[in-house]
Ligand binder design. Sequence first.
Ligand SMILES: Cc1ncc(COP(=O)(O)O)c(C=O)c1O
Length: 401
Amino acid sequence: MQSTPIQPALIQSTLSQQIAPFHVMELVKQADALAQQGHPVVHLSIGEPDFGTPPPVLEAYCTALAEHKTRYTAALGLMPLREAIAGFYQSQFGVLVRPEQIVVTSGASAALQFACLALLNPGDEVLLTDPGYPCNKTFVQAAGGQPRFVQTNAANNFQPTAEDLSAAWRPNTRGALLASPNNPTGTRLSASQCQAICTAIAQRGGFLIMDEIYQSLCYGSPARSILQTMGPPDEHNQLVVINSFSKYFGMTGLRLGWMVVPDYLVEGVEKLAQNLSICPPAPAQWAALACFDQAALDICEARRAEFGQRRDFLLKALPEAGLVVDTTPDSAFYLYVKTPIDSDNYCNRLLNQHWVCAVPGKDFSINLGHERMRLSYANSLNNLHQAVERIRAFNTSLGVA
Ligand SMILES: Cc1ncc(COP(=O)(O)O)c(C=O)c1O
């Protein structure tokens, strides 16, 4: 008997078909092929620190494995780790958060997913920024929500104002998901901007999910948390704060993050965690306890200082090489800069003719994507020097340097 041919469009979910691929992956494939042919490709495309996991954390990970700490943990995470995270908020930011409000998750990714699933009903609208982290719209959509983009621009440091959010608010808007510092722009909100945004959202009875994954990677002025401005999450501020061990603590592949939630969300998030992931990875949780020891913090701080030097270098060198840098990113390890020609075309030629891999802007922005690219400085100063020289050569050939 002949079976009817399968029509993928009919058997795949709308969401799985809708999700936009990361365009940069195509370029990264090309970059790998060029590197295999012997070309000295420099990556400015990487979204994770190049330093790896701090040795004391790796040692703690190995010890956890040797001690067979590989069983399920509580769905909300190990209590000693939740206490250590609460201690971090107190020592670094002077904020009192109770450990019971902290939920350990498999990266900020799971925290964002749980936050959306815990807060949204089908059809609820959530305000996101353009440019912004591309996965956010998928977290919203996976929870049945509808993303609505608020355009930000260089003049506002690529962060929304309270007025922007108020103007975008509609009857079915339930809240906003913001990131400070943001990816791809490396810019953050000031304390007074946070205050104004929280007030505007609270007046509308909405929630605010604030992604602070790049919080401790900041240069020039101290790290900040919205919790310093708004206090711990509660039923009044309807705040959920997201964070991760991925970036500052260099644990990307160990998949560990956390969220700080109002008490009324703990039970719902616990049920979601039990059902969707059972628990975050156990050895990574034991290892993460070492992150808050002075030895690991000293390493992370030294790395932060190095990121700062790289940022300073690029902020000076890129304009000299013919690129317009119209914001002063003070966080994360990204610059979202203008390209002299269409960014797809620019990034393609930059890679294939000059062996520098950068991320075309359209992965992060519907409206500005074609005129910008994201440069990551998660690469050595030496490699950044080489990359800038090649960018200068390319821009010279375009007549803009
Ligand atoms: C803004 C932002 N939020 C969340 C994530 C997810 O991070 P993870 O799941 O590794 O903690 C990333 C990753 O790059 C990011 O840039």
